[in-house]
Design a protein. Sequence first.
Length: 134
Amino acid sequence: MKRLGAVFVAVLVITIMASGLAARDFKDKVKVEIESVGLHPGMDPGMYVCASGHLHIKGTVQNLADVPLRQVKVAGRAFDAQGKVLGTATTTTKVDKVAPGETAEINLEFLTVTGPAIQEVKRHEVRVVEAPSL
Ligand SMILES: [Zn+2]
C-alpha cells in the first residue's frame, strides 16, 4: 500500500513537470489593440452596447512570438472618472491557434457595466493574462 502511494506521487510529480515544460507562456509577446473604428455613437472606438445591454470592447491580439500560440486570454477593466473600477471582464480568442505574426479577434463583455454605468466609463485597460504555446 505504501509503495503504491509513492508510485502515485512520483507519477503526479512527473505529470506536473511535463505539463510545465510542454506549454510556455508568451503573454509578454502578445500585442493587444482596441478596435480603432467607432462602433457606437458617443462611445470610445471599439466600444459598443450589445442587445442585452452590456458594455463590450472589441479588439485584436497579435502574436509577436516566433511560435504558434493556443487561445490567448485577456482581461479588461473599465474605470470611471475617479478611477473606480466599474467592471471587469475576461475572454479568450475564438480560434484555437494563433500563428506567429497573426492577429485574432477578442470581444470583452462587461456583464456588470449596464445602463447608466456605461456613460460613467472614462477609461479602460485590456491586458493579456495567458498566452500558452501550442
Ligand atoms: Zn453582451
